[in-house]
Design a binder for this molecule. Structure first.
Ligand code: GLU
Length: 549
């Protein structure tokens, strides 16, 4: 058969060749060992936490090696596409300060010289590669209908044979040129199939950066490369795109692992360099006694919007993701307190081949520690940004009292053991509302929360009259609270109380708590002395008086 003629018949409008595209998208001019990696989601409108993790690792290895990381949208599968699905992905990335070197930057725009980065805009490129295969007798049109395929399947099942379109079942392999020509002239639908050179009884060794060398039977299925509308399957698009975009490392979900023999076979057929693969195990979650995939449907923390809404700092999420990605990261961080994520060298050998467990509590704990190391002004700006989107009332107050707010965040901050009272910006208001008169609510004050507080009014009155002086230093302030304790029959020290509880009405902590609850309506707060200093004389007197009045 004249395969050139067949190729022209099948792809009459394709006038370019592979060399044309190879010149258009030349080998990248990058330092030795530079990694070119990418994130290639379908336009589903959101990024799943598990995908962010994979993309984050891919980007990390590209950045570490001065390579390139790009975002490509794989929109060939209509079932996995939603309207404005790219925008949602871009938004999620934006909210996570996740920057790309190249690729789609909006529903309609992109940056970089290796595009289009949207598969639906690459039809002509795929067809050029497909035409090459036909010209070289490596692919052929297949006219099998759905019914034909069902028939084949039934046959195979009856004979207990392997399922699929291969070997003697691949009938369209044997069509003559004139048969094909007639069918095409009759407008019969066809797909393009690979004429697989594989032998199922032979083995192919597929290397994976984490899972190691995995042996598979060679692929002998004549897999579909182009669907009947000319749109490529994932397998074929992966080959063409990752070759022309000069991708060196493919990090993707391990649901693709079983397709690896096909992908390696395709690269071999074209004699293209085979990229390095890393199939990333899914992010799992403990659900009671069992372990299952972190699911967008069941677990709010699977969606990136969850972190944005809660105001969990993005950097803390990245720190957490790295602890799940490389087992030595936490230890490294503990020993290199002054270094950051960018200084850590990611190592595939330190990555678990089985799934990692997603532990939101641990993430929040990392976040708490991270926030505790920020300056008061950094905290202020973060809370300001977060509240601008999610809590306008609080945002107004922060804008109205910037210096005062920074002072609030500075309480117990610049010290060896800084305060750790919030892990997300959404927790700040609940923790510190009492510092703002506009939010303080006398009705919330409940002395039932404090031990031995029955005579709270007497105690507060005594404090205002005899002990309270806003200018006292901390030692004097505390000494006076002790004196007050003695005066009202409470133990001035905890251990005195513990030794002889029956001798006292209560202890020093109860006295402090009566004052604390009066001024804040909370039983736990940062340092009370600092709080009182910031509230100032008038507001303290006003709060005390209102309570006792
Ligand atoms: N579009 C594929 C997916 O969403 C991409 C897999 C890959 O990264 O190659 O799973």
């Amino acid at each position: 058969m004249d395969y050139q003629k067949l190729a022209n018949l099948m792809f009459p409008n394709i006038d370019k060749n592979i060399e044309y595209y190879e010149k258009k998208y030349p080998k990248r001019d990058l330092p030795d060992g530079a990694v070119v990696s990418r994130f290639a989601p379908s336009p589903t409108g959101f990024v799943h936490m598990g995908s962010l993790r994979t993309a984050f690792i891919a980007k990390k290895i590209s950045t570490d090696t001065k390579g390139v990381f790009y975002l490509r949208i794989d929109d060939t599968d209509e079932k996995r596409s939603v309207k404005n699905g790219i925008q949602g992905i871009i938004e999620d990335f934006k909210n996570f300060n996740f920057e790309i070197d190249e690729g789609r930057i909006s529903e309609t725009e992109e940056k970089g010289n290796y595009g289009p980065y949207l598969q639906s805009k690459r039809k002509e490129i795929y067809q050029t590669f497909a035409k090459y295969l036909v010209e070289n007798n490596l692919a052929y049109p297949c006219f099998a209908t759905e019914d034909d395929l069902v028939e084949i399947r039934k046959n195979q099942e009856a004979k207990k044979e392997r399922l699929g379109y291969y070997g003697r079942y691949a009938k369209s392999r044997n069509l003559s040129f004139s048969e094909i020509e007639k069918k095409i002239q009759n407008n019969e639908k066809f797909v393009l199939r690979l004429k697989s050179p594989g032998d199922f009884n032979k083995k192919i060794v597929c290397p994976d950066l984490v899972k190691g060398k995995i042996e598979f039977p060679e692929n002998d299925l004549d897999i579909v490369l182009l669907k009947s509308d000319g749109v490529p399957t994932y397998h074929f698009a992966h080959l063409v795109d990752d070759y022309l975009m000069r991708t060196t490392h493919i990090l993707r979900g391990d649901e693709w692992l079983s397709s690896l023999p096909i992908h390696i076979q395709l690269f071999q057929i074209f004699e293209f360099p085979i990229p390095k693969y890393c199939h990333v195990a899914p992010v799992n979650k403990k659900d009671g006694e069992s372990i299952r995939k972190l699911s967008k449907r069941k677990d709010p923390e699977a969606a990136l919007s969850f972190y944005h809404e809660k105001g969990i700092p993005v950097h803390a999420v990245y720190l957490y993701l790295m602890t799940t990605a490389n087992s030595n990261f936490e230890g490294w961080l503990a020993q290199n307190k002054n270094l950051g994520l960018e200084d850590f060298k990611f190592d595939f050998k330190k990555m678990s081949a089985s799934g990692s467990l997603f532990d939101l509590d641990k993430l929040l704990n990392i976040s708490k520690n991270y926030i505790s190391k920020l300056s008061a002004s950094e905290v202020y700006h973060n809370v300001l940004n977060w509240s601008d989107a999610y809590d306008k009332e609080f945002n107004e107050l922060l804008k109205k009292y910037p210096d005062y707010s920074i002072k609030i965040f500075n309480i117990e901050r610049k010290q060896k053991k800084p305060r750790k009272d919030f892990s997300a910006w959404s927790e700040v208001k609940d923790n510190m509302f009492y510092m703002y008169d506009e939010l303080f609510n006398y009705k919330k004050i409940d002395f039932g929360l404090v031990n031995k507080a029955e005579k709270y009014k007497d105690i507060i009155n005594l404090y205002i009259q005899n002990y309270f002086n806003i200018n006292d230093d901390k030692d004097t302030w505390f000494r006076k609270i002790k004196e007050l304790a003695i005066e009202v029959g409470y133990a001035q020290e905890m251990n005195l109380y513990k030794e002889n509880p029956e001798k006292y009405l209560g202890n020093i902590a109860d006295i402090s708590n009566i004052l604390r609850v009066s001024l804040t309506s909370k039983t736990t707060t940062p340092d009370l002395y600092e709080i009182m200093k910031l509230l100032g004389k008038e507001r303290i007197q006003e709060r005390f008086t209102k309570i006792c009045g």
